[in-house]
Write a protein that binds this ligand. Sequence first.
Ligand code: PMM
Length: 296
Amino acid sequence: MSAIRGRVRGLPEWDRCAVMGVVNVTPDSFSDGGRWFDTEAAIKRGLDLLAQGADLVDVGGESTRPGATRVDEPEEIRRVLPVVRALAAEGAVVSVDTMRASVAERAVRAGARLVNDVSGGRADPAMVPVVAAEGVPFVVMHWRGQSADMNDRAVYRRVVPEVLAELRQSLDAAVAGGIDPESLIVDPGLGFAKTAPHDLELIAGLGQLHALGRPLLVAASRKRFLGTVLADADGTPPPARDRDAATAAITTLAAHAGAWAVRVHEVAASADAVRVVRAVRDQRGVSDPPPAPGAG
Ligand code: PMM
């Protein structure tokens, strides 16, 4: 079992894999679109997730499901800012999920402590300078292009080394742009320009992503590959909301592999899972037999 989780400058340190709860203030996210679209409902959702054991909440106003078209900037700001402001005022560690530098900047000034950019700084050239200037931690996710046509980019000869190499380029660009290397987090971007077998291979190879030297965020919650795994005999996947037990299974695997955090829609089961993994890790070795005489 890997103990690697790592420390992110500017964020609290948890003694186990952290749980990031998702608050999608969108009408059209694949997993929960429309449920928390109203500002008050979104704030309440964030508070509920914290009560269920979330360590951070990730607030987003733009759906990135495959085929999605982009929301315009004023609308994204309208969706995200009041929710970020209210949850930060309640003392939550808030992350803003955005590809726009302007949204990131305003969210940080409203109290967000982490910028989660699914494009890893590739979508908006102003993102890295803004994050560097604000001095907040930054999630660099593996990304090959906007959601409208990202499935066409799901072409790899060997997915793990290619994702690793492309993430390294994004990390280098972030550091070259002035972001503190100690405040960077990496994310393999499950489901983004990836097929189900690609996602599964990345999960099997999570340990290899530690070669990047930065804490790892894993966001598998309710994603398509889980639908594929759980599909019935006709190949029909269960709806997204029926994939939470499978999500908790991935949380266990990710925590076991040394992930820094998981990003999930339903927090309770994952909050339990990360605590179980910590307890098993803490217990390891307690009843190991003493080394044989002369061993070692
Ligand atoms: N996936 C979604 C949205 N934001 N952020 C990170 N860091 N990693 C992800 O894989 C990711 C993300 C997909 O949409 P959802 O909010 O419905 O899960």
